[in-house]
Design a protein around this ligand. Structure first.
Ligand code: CA
Ligand code: CA
Ligand code: CA
Ligand code: CA
Length: 259
């Protein structure tokens, strides 16, 4: 190989590396259904608990899609509804989300870290005296436009936020309207119902569907049951190949030059 050829090969490698660019976004979509209990010892709505294990810590985005109307009142200008999950029903989960510390023990109010409710209010609300400086999970609300990327039409009600997490195991709670930590510890969202828009006729109130999306440029998400494990994105194998190629070329070039 002539020196000129080697220079072009070298430039080719550099261009290839440049085209690899930053790590691809890694996305996980999770769906669920909450139910309203009207008989039995627990009255109210259920909530879901997702284990989120992040051994290395890191950054990711949570984007919720749930409320299937554009307004909370049919008389409001611009009102429309949309069957966002295509199941033939319109449901009305006014999603309320929380991060808790996961100690492995039963869920306890003292482990609540931060509440992330609607995009425009109640996001974030740190719990148990924590602040953005002291909580192991911090939350930054996204704009309405960013919260609508997943198809949300009442994105003010659908939480959407960026998360920074210290290494650890956490719980992500998905609930309706307002799940106080004492209610979470007791296992039921008390006195809660899924509220259709005011004026809506024949609304479904015995259950509500949701979807949330986790995405990150730096973390991969694996789900097993209700446990989601987030691990750093490995460097693409190609980067290692190009790297060793460059080292080899450099050695070759040095030998040629000294000869
Ligand atoms: Ca639906
Ligand atoms: Ca909400
Ligand atoms: Ca959304
Ligand atoms: Ca409640």
């Amino acid at each position: 190989m002539t020196q000129r050829t080697m220079v072009w090969v070298f430039i080719g490698f550099l261009t290839s590396v440049a085209f690899i660019g930053p790590a691809q976004a890694n996305t996980l979509e999770v769906t669920g259904t909450l139910n309203r209990l009207t008989t039995g010892p627990l009255l109210g709505t259920t909530f879901d608990t997702w284990n989120i294990n992040i051994p290395t810590g890191g950054n990711f985005t949570v984007d919720v899609l749930a409320y299937e109307a554009s307004q909370s009142n049919v008389a409001t200008a611009g009102y429309f509804s949309s069957d966002l999950n295509g199941d033939g029903e319109l449901t009305w989960l006014d999603a309320d989300t929380y991060f808790y510390r996961n100690t492995g023990a039963p869920l306890s109010a003292v482990d609540a870290l931060v509440r992330a409710d609607d995009i425009n209010n109640n996001t974030p609300v740190y719990q148990n005296g924590l602040t953005a400086l002291t909580s192991p999970v911090t939350v930054t609300s996204l704009s309405q436009a960013e919260g609508a990327i997943d198809g949300s039409i009442h994105f003010r009600r659908d939480p959407a936020y960026d998360v920074t997490a210290a290494p650890g195991n956490y719980l992500l709670l998905m609930a309706d309207f307002r799940l106080d930590p004492a209610e979470a510890q007791a296992g039921i969202n008390t006195n809660d119902n899924f509220s259709p828009p005011t004026g809506f006729v024949g609304g479904i109130t015995d259950h509500a569907d949701y979807r949330f999306r986790l995405s990150s440029n730096t973390l991969n998400f694996l789900i097993d049951g209700n446990t989601i494990t987030a691990s750093p994105v490995p460097l693409p194998a190609a980067v290692w190949l190009f790297g060793s190629g460059l080292v080899g070329l450099a050695g070759l070039a040095r030998r040629r030059l000294s000869a």
